[in-house]
Every structure is written in C-alpha cells, then in structure tokens.
Design a protein around this ligand. Structure first.
Ligand code: UD1
Length: 421
C-alpha cells in the first residue's frame, strides 16, 4: 500500500493541463456496449476506476487496447451479461453497465453496489425507470437480474436528479422502441458529453443539459470516435490548491464554463481568476476570506469539491458554513482535518468551520476519493513537519498521479511504499 508524503509551505506555481474526466469516461466506455464494432475514445484518464470498468467489460467479452492518448474498444462479441460482486464492490459506477447491457443483450445480471463511505447511495431510481420501460427486474442474492426483449420508450420522472441514473436510462433508451421522455434529469456536463457520444453513434437525443431529455429509440447504433471532456473536479482541485498555497497557476485544456460557481466562490475569498476559452489562471490572495457553500446538483456547487473547499476554509479568516445537500455522511474528512488542527463543528448536514492561521502536519487517513484530495491539499499548507496521507488507493481511483502534478508545480510531495505491518 502507498502513502503520500507532503512537506507543506510551498506556493504552487506554473502551468498544468487538466486530464480527461473520470465521470465522463466511465459512462462513455460503458456506452460502447450499445454497438458492435470498434470504438475509439480519446482523452481517457489513467485511473483505477477506468481499469475497474475495463476489467468488468473485458469479462463480458469486450476487447480493449491502448492507443495514443486513448482507448480502442471492440464490443463486437458480448458473450456474458454478468458483473460480479467482487468487481462491482470496488466501484459503484459499475451500475452504468446495466442500461446498455439490457438494451443490446436483452439481459443483465449486476451485483447491487451496496452502501459506500459517503452514504447509502441506492439505485432504486435506475431500476424504477427500467421497469417502466418494460424490463423484468428481480433482486436475488445481492444481484439485480434484468430481462427485456426490447425496452419500450416511456415517460420517466426522476424524484432526484441522479447523474448515473440519467446516464443509465439515456443509454437504455437509445435502442428502445419509440420515444422516451426523461424529466427532472441531472444536467451535469458529463451528461452532455455522453449525449454527444451517443449522437455520434446515431442516437436521437435532445435536451441534454436541461431538465428534460427526449430520446427517440433506434434499432441499431454504430461505433463511435469520441473525445472525453476535461475533468472539472481535477481542475477545481488544482484551483483550490493554488488559492490555499497563495500560488499562481494556469490550468490549460480545461472548460471554465463548467466551473462557474467555483470561480465565483474563489473570487469571493480574494483570489484573482482570469479565464479564456480553454484555460483558467488563478492567483491566490495574501489573506483568504471566509465564504459559505452549499452543495447542489449542477450548476450548483459540486459535492465532489466540498471536501477540498472545506480544507481551504480551514485556513480562511473568519467562519464559514459548509452545507452538504447531495449525500448524507460526506464529512468523513472532518475528523482527519481536526487531527491537523482544524476547528470544525458538525451539526447534521452542516459544518461550521472556524478558520485558523495554519494547519499542522500530521499522519492522516483517506476515507474516500474526494476526502483524500482534501487531505493532500491540507498537507500542502501544513506547518511543522511532514504530512503522511495513508490509504491513497482512494485517491488513485480518481486522480492521475496527483502527487507528480503538484510536484511539477513546485510542491514538496512524493509517494512512498508502506511496508505491511
Ligand atoms: C455521480 C458521480 C459522483 C458525484 C455524484 C453527485 C459518477 C461516476 N459519479 O454519482 O462523483 O458525487 O454524481 O454529483 O458520475 N439517489 C437515489 N436513488 C437512486 C440514485 C441516486 O436516492 O437511484 C440519490 C443518491 O443517494 C444521492 C443523490 O441521489 O443522494 C445523487 O446521487 P447520484 O447523482 O445518483 O450520484 P452518482 O450518480 O452515484
């Protein structure tokens, strides 16, 4: 097992390119199941979650090859329709295989993802929508068994705008019979990225990026050439780290329009931010001011940046309120931040952060993906020694060589092997 070691106190400086978005690449790769033949997907990040979905799909019969800056995906021969527990348990997004598998193969058996560190995260809305499209769904021995000769278009209202739920049903509907109308859908940029890929395969989709998506089903789809959008969460993490360290960083190959609310919040804390078509230039202030945030579905403040923003508020002047409305139990990083001297009080879904002048280096343990990033950020500014961030396999699920990227910007940070006790 690896840990990340950080000697805090150096401002980040320089230029860095954003990588491809994990949360877009996952549904894009799953969508390859919808059409036989060879797909080419570019700007795919090298992450553990991507390896997980490739592993499960390889078991289904899909062939993957690395190509320059991308992935060759041959989904011609699907010989199995099961995603087993030992693979699904490491990544909830495996549920994304359900819709496309059912639409193409007429059958799917996927392990129920179960709970996870940041809350119960059920998949009831995915299943309800597929049942409304005519799928016969049973739950047995911890598995979802789904069957449908051909799914039928219908109207679906999502009680909550679920991201992977919207993606799953959008994929299923591309090959369904007739018109599917999805209401109260998620509007995240990753939804539009998937819709663009599906359109390039011949799907008839309209309304992505709004509350209502309509899909007119077609009998067949063809393989895709698609480039994954830049990762707005990785970009946002670089931005927050720059502000925390009082640095000066230009992030290239990103999409400023996907980060509107974060840009506003960072300006409110005193940062200077300049955007152009595909770049964001951030300069950290001398004094970081406090500001409240409330996580919400897109275009609101992303829950995936809540932990990192809280690390920033730990060293701001004054008090701030961080409200988490998307997931219950997404404050696992708080007890670790407290070990670094942070003053945070939790009351249900709200955290009151009393800013301090500094954080203190300490050994800490990552509990989930974004909590790990928050601890690395805290380590970048911590005083009085080195911060060891343990259990960074969580970090590797969603950040590609984060320590190398920060080291390239001047941070004193490296990875070390931890010998088993
Ligand atoms: C996706 C992202 C994740 C991000 C989250 C919210 C991927 C691979 N992951 O996760 O990084 O944090 O969106 O932006 O894209 N819910 C139900 N029933 C369902 C589905 C969801 O009650 O059937 C609830 C969840 O418990 C949660 C809320 O809806 O409270 C939103 O979750 P959802 O958008 O589904 O998150 P994911 O798609 O799992």
């Amino acid at each position: 097992m690896d840990k990340i070691v950080i000697e805090g106190g150096r401002p980040l400086k320089g230029q860095i390119a954003a990588g491809g978005a994990k949360n877009a690449a996952l549904p894009d790769i799953a969508a390859c199941l919808l059409a036989g033949g060879v797909h080419h997907i570019y700007n795919v990040p090298r992450l553990r979650d991507i390896e997980t979905i490739k592993g499960i799909m390889a078991r289904l019969g899909v062939v993957f090859k690395d190509i320059e800056n991308g992935l060759y995906v041959n989904a011609s021969d699907i010989k199995c329709h099961e995603a087993p527990y030992d693979m699904v348990k490491t990544m909830r997004a495996s549920i994304l295989l359900l819709g496309p598998l059912l639409a193409r193969h007429g059958r799917a058996r996927i392990s129920l993802p179960g709970g996870c560190a940041i809350g119960a995260r059920p998949v009831n809305l995915h299943l309800k929508a597929l049942a409304a499209m005519g799928a016969d769904i049973t739950l047995e021995h911890g598995y979802i068994n789904a069957r449908a000769d051909r799914l039928k278009g219908t109207r679906v209202f999502f009680d909550i705008p679920t991201v992977t739920g919207t993606e799953n049903i959008m994929m299923a509907a591309t090959r369904a019979e007739g018109l599917t109308v999805l209401k109260n859908v998620a509007k995240e940029p990753e939804i539009t990225d998937l819709a663009n890929m599906l359109r390039s395969m011949g799907a008839h989709i309209e309304g992505d990026g709004t509350d209502v998506i309509t899909i007119e089903g077609v009998k067949d789809l063809s393989p895709s050439e698609h480039t994954v959008i830049p990762d707005r969460i990785e970009t946002g993490t670089f931005m927050i780290a720059t502000v925390m360290t009082g640095g000066d960083v230009k992030i290239t190959d990103c999409r400023p329009e996907h980060l509107g609310v974060l840009i506003e919040k960072l300006e409110s804390v005193g940062a200077e931010i300049k955007t152009s078509d595909r770049a964001i230039h951030v300069k950290g202030p001398k004094t970081i001011e406090s500001v409240d945030i409330r996580t919400l579905p897109y275009p609101g403040f992303p829950t995936d940046l809540q932990a990192q923003f809280m690390a920033l508020m730990c060293i701001a002047k004054g008090w701030s309120m961080v409200r988490e409305t998307v997931f219950e139990n997404r404050f696992m990083h708080v007890s670790e931040l407290r070990r670094m001297g942070a003053d945070i009080e939790i009351n249900g879904a709200q955290a009151l952060v009393r800013g301090r002048k500094n954080l203190i280096a300490a050994p800490v343990m990552a509990t989930d993906l974004r909590a790990s990033a928050c601890l690395v950020l805290a380590g970048l500014v911590a005083e009085g020694g080195v911060t060891d961030v343990h259990r960074i396999y969580h970090l590797d699920r969603g950040y590609e060589s984060l320590e190398k990227k920060f080291a390239g910007l001047g941070a004193s940070i490296w990875r070390e092997k931890v010998s088993p006790q």
